[in-house]
Design a protein around this ligand. Sequence first.
Ligand code: PLZ
Length: 427
Amino acid sequence: MTRLRTAIPGPQSLELQARRKGAVAAGVGSTLPAYIDSADDGLLIDVDGNQLIDLGSGIAVTNAGNPAPAVAEAVHAQIDRFSHTCFMITPYESYLEVCEQLNDLTPGDHEKRSVLFNSGAEAVENAVKIARHVTGRQAVVVFDHGYHGRTNLTMALTAKNMPYKHRFGPFAPEVYRVPASYPLHDGLTGPEAASRAIAAIEKQVGADNTAAVVIEPIQGEGGFIEPAEGFLPAIARWCRDRGVLFVADEIQTGFCRTGSWFALDHEGVVPDLITTAKGIAGGLPLAAVTGRAEIMDAVHVGGLGGTYGGNPVACAAALGTIRTMRERDLNAAARRIEETVLGRLRAVAEKTGIIADIRGRGAMLAIEFTERTPDVAARVAKACHEQGVVVLTCGTYGNVIRLLPPLVIPDDLLAEGLDVLEGALLA
Ligand code: PLZ
């Protein structure tokens, strides 16, 4: 099926791209500058009428569809009633409902509370604020390859210099980085990797000084790195024994992405605090911190908030998103995508020497190339883009192609996208 009418990007996109140069700050990049006019779940239709196959979901956001009908409906209904009051001034019910859903869906059966924000970075910042407030300690421990955002504190929490941190310092103090579990490269079991990280914390920081360990259960921007089994439970156990808060950053892994509501569910790990964003609201800006009631309620009234946090339109979108996830069983959908994609990519890996690893869980899947430079990944991504398939790269070394299709992507469209990717890998 021919989905492309022009070269990618097409003439209209090129025109917009030229106009952009005079209006938009150069510091904002675009992976594939085909300007989008509309979308239909797994398809992005650009201004030249090209149908692009979306294997990125806007970085793991449009999990439930683009647009998901229940989200569009909820947003329309809400915007006609009111667009904003500021929850800190005069509250509204949908904020409560989103918090109730988060308290119910996140790992652990204990009593929980939630607070809503606008972006992932803002959620992570607030999780650290809460952890420091409640423990009376300052140090925050993060991991090699970690990514937590672009604000000052979250840049400090993020590992990679380019493009995120370069010349943007000085960074927030009291942030300490320890080795993660990277099975492909360290050859350690989960418990061994956890002991290594814990020894580093104890020697270099001290448990008594540590407010929180902030960790992505599967590292996203850093390379879709799934820690060896037993790593997360061992870190969580150490945190519990030492009064350190275990803060799970599930901003990229959450909301059915990995085949369960949250990636921690896989090993039954229960966090003290969990940050969510991205997939929560079908593309509207919404983020949250959810955690143990006694921790969340320890902060003084007025200590948490923001003008837009939990905006009513974003809350309506979240409720539509969560309903869609339940009704369409998108956890099962993610697991089906995993089976299809891993099967196909493993077969391709046998035919070429450029691939070091095929990995992932649910619809969060990756190809790591043998070469530890961005060259091969960039070449493969470019070939896919030129053929109208949106794939993203990631990794500390930039040598990973990642796949994050919308969980509602039709089977034939996914297969078509994989055909193109396979061709690019074997070229
Ligand atoms: N924590 C685990 O994945 C966002 C950012 C891409 P915001 N990841 C995509 C980019 O180049 O900016 C992310 C994440 C994890 C935190 C964040 C930050 O979420 O909503 O982008 O602030």
